[in-house]
Design a protein around this ligand. Structure first.
Ligand code: FES
Ligand code: FE2
Length: 353
């Protein structure tokens, strides 16, 4: 692990943004995985993503025009379809023949499901349907058209590694996430013991009962509330809390902007319809919570500039160690063109938090 930068994993699907951020006929320019990406929705409602660099002279295509079918560059008017293939070069004289279809700005595979836009960053131009590549995960209990109830994003000035280590760190909450509505400052730490097992591209904290003294869960979700948390490449945390009456799925995603900047998103889906009018309050609380994590990485950066030697200790940091092992195995399996061999073994972890 380089303290300030992290290598970017390819051959995987990343969350670009909620689908609601891409309005029909509008172009949105983003930097993701160190690349300029243009996201837009065509006049049939389908989202597409192009490399946001005109192959003629390199100007980003988002500065041009989009009529719902074609993107036109603002410099010399070259036009591209939603697959990135050139369909017109206005300067072409009737005595000239140019095979436009041989010119492309490049396109990214995109999937929109459960209200999220997932984008595939290939290793070497391969298509995700080439076989070995995983698909974007479907969240349990919700259909392909069910979007999140609330979604927030905060930019973190840190590499994807430090964002991920924070995400899977079970012991910082008592110090970082203190507030009157969550954990009180100076609250007594309690022993925790949880079972973990390998799961698709990562690991899972095995489904377990939420202790009945957590009355709020019972009131909201019904009896027999259980929870399961999955972590998987390329930096997804999926928490599924389920009671007899309702369920909630929380998703946190970390998408690299560059090697040392990361977008962290938090969203949740719920079957509890009454949450709707409370959205502004819930969004505020989520922003406070995520902002506490963000403040820590800003402070942490001061020290990381000096490239200190860092530590991962047992068992509190075991998940952090698994994250580094998963990344390493993913990179190696891609290079060797073989299936991913999950390095995580089932284990009970204990800590105080
Ligand atoms: S730079 Fe895009 S058309 Fe010339
Ligand atoms: Fe946190």
């Amino acid at each position: 692990m380089n303290n300030l930068k992290a290598e970017l994993l390819r051959g995987l699907w990343y969350v670009a943004c909620p689908g609601s951020e891409i309005k029909p006929g509008k172009m949105v320019g983003r930097k993701l995985m160190g690349e300029l990406v243009l996201l837009a929705r065509d006049n049939k409602g389908k989202v597409f993503a192009l490399r946001d660099i005109c192959p003629h002279r390199g100007i980003p295509l988002r500065h041009g025009w989009f009529d719902g079918e074609h993107v036109q560059c603002c410099y010399h008017g070259w036009k591209f379809d939603t697959d990135g293939v050139c369909v017109d070069i206005p300067s072409t004289h009737e005595y000239q023949t140019i095979d436009f279809s041989k010119i492309t700005c490049g396109a990214y595979p995109v999937v929109e499901q459960q209200g999220l836009i997932w984008i595939y960053f290939s290793e070497k131009g391969e298509k995700p349907e080439d076989g070995r590549q995983p698909v974007p995960p479907m969240l349990p209990d919700f259909g392909a058209d069910d979007g999140p109830s609330v979604a927030i994003m905060q930019p973190f000035i840190c590499s994807v590694d430090h964002a991920a280590l924070g995400l899977m760190d079970p012991t910082h909450a008592a110090f970082v996430h203190t507030s009157w509505w969550f954990k009180k400052e100076g609250a007594k730490l309690r022993p925790k013991e949880k079972q973990f097992e390998p799961s698709d591209l990562g690991w899972a904290m095995v489904r377990h009962r939420i202790p009945p003294q957590n009355i709020a869960y019972r009131k909201l979700l019904g009896d027999n509330v259980t929870t399961e948390i999955r972590y998987r490449l390329p930096g997804l945390r999926i928490e599924h809390i389920k009671g007899d009456k309702h369920s909630v799925v929380g998703l946190t995603t970390i998408t690299p902007v560059t090697e040392d900047e990361t977008e962290v998103r938090q969203m949740f889906w719920t079957t509890m319809g009454w949450v709707k009018p409370l959205k502004p309050l819930v969004r505020h609380l989520m922003n406070v919570f995520l902002g506490q994590d963000r403040r820590v990485v800003i402070q942490q950066r001061e020290g990381l500039e000096y490239n200190p030697k860092l530590m991962l200790i047992n068992d509190a940091d075991t998940q952090g160690r698994w994250w580094m092992q998963l990344k390493e195995e993913w990179t190696r399996s891609q290079a060797e063109k073989r299936d991913f061999d999950n390095p995580v073994k089932a284990k009970t972890l204990r800590w105080m938090s």
